[in-house]
Every structure is written in C-alpha cells, then in structure tokens.
Write a protein that binds this ligand. Structure first.
Ligand code: R7I
Ligand code: MG
Ligand code: MG
Length: 349
C-alpha cells in the first residue's frame, strides 16, 4: 500500500465516519446480520445513480453519529480549543433543529433538554451525570463522534485522552462510555501513525500495542478491564485461521448500542479485513471498503459500528479509497473534507 499523506488520512477519517454512518443508516432498523451482498448492492446502486446523474448532491442522509461529529469538529475548529459550553450548545441545538429524523439514542435527549433549560451556562456536565439514576450512560454516543479529537490533538496522546474524556462527559459519564471514547480515539491515532511496512500492517501487533497503550494512558480506572478483555477476544479471532461467523462475533464481542461492544466491534472490523483474502466476498474491494462493508454487515448497531470502523480505516488508508460518488451522495460529504482540512491546518500551526 502506498502511504497516504497525513491530509488524506485526516480526510479519510472524517469523511469515513460520515460515509459509514450514511451506508449503515440504510440498514439501521433491521437489527440482524445483513448479507454482504445486500450492503454491496446498496453501495453500488448509489454509485450508479450518481454516475447517471439521477441523485442530488448530499441526498443520502446521515444520522446522529455525524450530527455530533460535525458539532464537535466545528466547535474545535471555530474556537481553536475545547469549549465545553459551546460543544454542549452545538449538540443540543442540532438535536432540536431535527429531533425526529436523526435516530438519536433513547436517553440522550434528556441531556439536551436539560442543557437547553440551563441555557448552556453553569455546570454543563451535570445533566449527563444524572442520566440512569446517576450512573451515567454507557451508550456508544460519545465514542461514535470522537474522530475530530485525534485530528485536533494529533501526536499528543495525553491531550487526546483528556479531550476524549471531557467531550464524553457532556453526555456519557459512565466509565464504560468514557473509556470507549478514549479507546476509539487511540485506535484512530494509531491508524494515522501507521507507516507502510513490508507485507502490510500486522493486525495482531496493532491490537496488542493498542491494549498496552490503553492500559498505560487511560485515566478512568473503573471498568477499565472490560475493554482489555474485549481486545483479547479480537486477538484470538485474528489468530484463528477459520472464518468467524457474525453470530459468534455478536455473542462474544457484541456490536450493539453500548460503547463496550460497539467500539471493540469497530476495531475488529478494521483489523479483520486488513487481509484482503480473509473474506472471499470482499476480496475485490479496497481495504477501506472491506472494513466498512464487513462492519455494517455483521453489526447490530450498523450505522455506528460502520461509522467508527470507517473512521479508523479512513485514518489508515486515506481518503482516496472512498468512492467519489459517495462523497457526492453523502449529506455533509464536502463539509467533512473541508473540516478535516481545517483540522489539518491547525495541526500544522
Ligand atoms: O449513546 P447514545 O448517544 O446512543 C447512540 C446510539 C447510536 O447507535 C446512534 O446511531 C443512535 O442510534 O443511538 O444514547 P444513550 O441514550 O445515552 O444510550 C443509548 C442506549 O444505551 C440507551 O437508550 C440504553 O438503552 C443504553 N444504555 C444503558 N442502559 C442501561 N443502563 C446506556 N447507558 C445505560 C445504562 O447505564
Ligand atoms: Mg445513528
Ligand atoms: Mg447507531
């Protein structure tokens, strides 16, 4: 694989997150394994329609995953720093601008209502702390939107960890929610930094190094071991020569709306599809598409696992692997490219 430039990787990450969300959203309510052929057929249908000029720009809609990714990225770029009240306001106002169409998580709306009532002043972390009788949410919502964080603080692990944690606490204060966001950020950062190597990236080494790094840097000790256990399952599957079935992945790792399942599922999708030959139906696709089609196909929360797998894969493979037709078709496609470039410019400065 030719090494993608850092700008291409930034753009691959952010546009990837949007693409995975848009592709997975088509199947979001099916709650079952989607055959690869069905995902591929839908993907190709959009490519064909764009080619025939039968689809308007931005007409494949995204969901809450991309809403919140954009909310966070725009605030970081606009303020050139993390401003908790501003991010909280963006999250909430975007929600109230379209509450029904974006398929937000079942409970997070209560946070937005409280934030609005507070007029985004005072302790903006309080509503999230009060979720689920005070234990906080462990939904995957703070991990699904975290991709701007490793771009904003690229090459600075302590700052990536701190900001992943802080932005999580605006909606998800449960240790599993926070650590899920940290782990997803670390996976993206590691993918951004991967050098081209003879024979390609070693998925087992990537995962082992990620576990070690997560153990070393995570500041939230409660429930920390849950993710270590999940990454251990991933390594076992990566080592196996037998093809693992979707049912087994879902029973062992899981892939639902909780952070402790969705984040490991996304990392697994990226690593498991690095070898083009592993899944015969996907061999003809580039690595980025293999990861996303696989993630959408096996996962229960397919827009979110698709989006997170695509953010990691995009950070590794770069933006050129994403079909141009889909950049055109995705709502927010061009905006994702522009925001990634702005984050890249901030990084250079
Ligand atoms: O995490 P969140 O923003 O939802 C994101 C998901 C993604 O799949 C999006 O694509 C969208 O479809 O929703 O929203 P939350 O409401 O905080 O969490 C989502 C769900 O996780 C909740 O509705 C609960 O079902 C579950 N959950 C919990 N259940 C019990 N106890 C989260 N935390 C808890 C908990 O502490
Ligand atoms: Mg969604
Ligand atoms: Mg989802």
């Amino acid at each position: 694989m030719a090494k993608a430039s850092l700008l291409s990787r930034f753009q691959g990450c952010l546009l990837g997150a949007v693409f995975g969300d848009c592709l997975g959203a088509k199947f979001e309510r099916e709650w079952t394994e989607i055959p690869y052929d069905k995902v591929i057929a839908y993907m190709n249908k959009i490519i064909k329609k764009v080619g025939q000029e039968k689809l308007e720009k931005g007409s494949v809609f995204y969901t809450d995953d991309s809403c919140m990714t954009f909310d966070l990225a725009k605030s970081l770029v606009g303020n050139r720093k993390y401003d908790a009240a501003d991010v909280a306001k963006n999250f909430s106002e975007t929600y109230f601008s379209q509450p029904t169409h974006r398929s937000y998580g079942g409970n997070v709306a209560f946070v937005f209502f409280s934030l609005k009532q507070m007029n985004y002043a005072g302790d903006v972390y309080r509503p999230a702390r009060e979720q689920f009788d005070g234990s906080g949410s462990y939904g995957n919502g703070s991990a699904m939107r975290v991709s701007p964080v490793p771009l904003f603080h690229h090459n600075n692990i302590p700052s990536i960890v701190e900001l992943s944690c802080e932005q999580s606490k605006l909606t998800h204060t449960h240790p599993l929610g926070i650590n899920g966001a940290i782990l997803q950020s670390l996976a993206i950062e590691k993918a951004l930094l991967c050098e081209e190597s003879v024979g390609g990236l070693d998925p087992i080494k990537f995962c082992s190094d990620l576990i070690q790094q997560y153990k070393d840097v995570t500041t939230v000790e409660d429930d920390k071991h849950v993710y270590e256990g999940q990454l251990g399952h991933i390594i076992r599957y990566l080592k196996s020569t037998e093809l693992v079935k979707a049912k087994e992945i879902n029973e062992r790792i899981g892939s639902d709306v909780t952070a402790q399942k969705a984040v490991p599922a996304a990392i697994f999708a990226f690593l498991y599809t690095l070898d083009a030959k592993r899944i015969p139906q996907l061999t003809k696709f580039n690595g980025f598409l293999r990861a996303v089609i696989f993630a959408v196909g096996f996962s229960e929360d397919c827009d979110t696992v698709g989006s997170m797998a695509a953010a990691i894969a995009g950070a590794y493979y770069g933006v050129d692997m994403i079909p141009k037709e889909w950049t055109f078709a995705c709502e927010g496609g061009t905006e994702a490219l522009e925001l990634a470039e702005q984050l890249y410019d901030l990084h250079l400065k």
